[in-house]
Design a binder for this molecule. Sequence first.
Ligand code: ATP
Ligand code: MG
Length: 414
Amino acid sequence: MNDILPGEVETWQFMEETARRVFKAYGFAEIRVPVVEKTELFKRSIGETTDIVEKEMYTFNDRSDNSLTLRPEGTAPVMRAYCEHKLYALDAVSKLYYLGPMFRYERPQKGRYRQFHQIGAEAIGVADPKIDAQILAMLTHFFAEAEIPDISLQINSLGCPACRPAYREQLIAALESQLEHLCADCQRRFRTNPLRVIDCKVPGCQSATQNAPAIIEHLCPECDDHFATVNRLLKEMEIPFTVNPRMVRGLDYYTRTTFEMVTNSLGAQNAVAAGGRYDGLIREIGGPDQPGIGFAMGLERLVLLKGQSSVAPQRPELFVAALGAEAGDWGFLLAAKLQRLGISVELDYAGKSLKSQMRRADKLQARHVLIVGEDEIRSGTAQLKNMDAGTQSPIALDRIETTLPKILSGEFTP
Ligand code: ATP
Ligand code: MG
């Protein structure tokens, strides 16, 4: 679990602001849900045999002996809220996004933490593949606006309850014939979660499952049509993507379209965003039979890709370097007035020497420094330094509250 400090937080804010701006264009509104839910919600939705439910949840009993869990993902809580507040009665389509911390008890490593953060979006109520294509367009748009390099979109279809069971049986049979080549994890789960085996990153499992049947070749006609339309719409929108028949998501609730945004620059943790359709999920948790599709992006990985401190930290517009008690008070009050106008002003609090105040102004990368001492107050004129240009000019103190904001905003040069 990490602290996010000033200097890195700017990149986080940039991602959050970019997501808010892009998602708005597609009609998504923010929803905020609690970080804890009843354990049952995650067991039912994510699935008992998934990695998350089997070994990654932070589960505890509260004082009334209710089993609660720190949310490991956002979709289930959002669906719970959708049902609880009957959002389906407000509009046939609900487009929601969320951002915030998620918790998984995993082995920490680069790009994988126990508290991590996701930005996710869910579109509920639409079965038509247009929404799949639109979600993918929005995701691609976000990555372009966030200027994240070397990213590619992979899509697949996981079928539906009509076609997946038969495929699953075929897959189990194929895996059984390769059992001795599979890793211990996959040997254990090949019957309970065979799809996860073809997605396993262990090289032995990858080669052993090379010739395993691919789900997109076993789709029912409806799923096949759906996937073909998603493919066609993406092409018509000129969104680059590849079909990856081996891509399986680790959560049970997915149906039909699934997708990942992958990168080559994060090693094993190559998925930056992932999602898919979950047409049976809302009914499964006791709500109406509404289809849905969504995704979640990992903020830590987005920030890693963008570069920890690639977004410049805030620079003060002005540093007031005041010398002596009288000028100190005067400078403090001037700062207060400018700050009230929304101008970022820094000042010295400790009666330091001019040299040390200038050092601090430099370190903070202040754009301007106003130097005032007793003499300046007496004569009514101080020196204003433009730190970027390296110039210095006199400024009259009597009208400084009106002239300074204009100088700082570049409206006029002294
Ligand atoms: P992975 O295969 O990397 O474990 P996942 O399938 O568990 O991913 P999802 O549950 O789909 O991931 O979550 C979506 C995104 O959230 C991931 O693509 C990743 O960017 C991020 N994410 C998931 N788990 C973590 C974690 N423990 N630490 C940081 N980011 C994470
Ligand atoms: Mg995982």
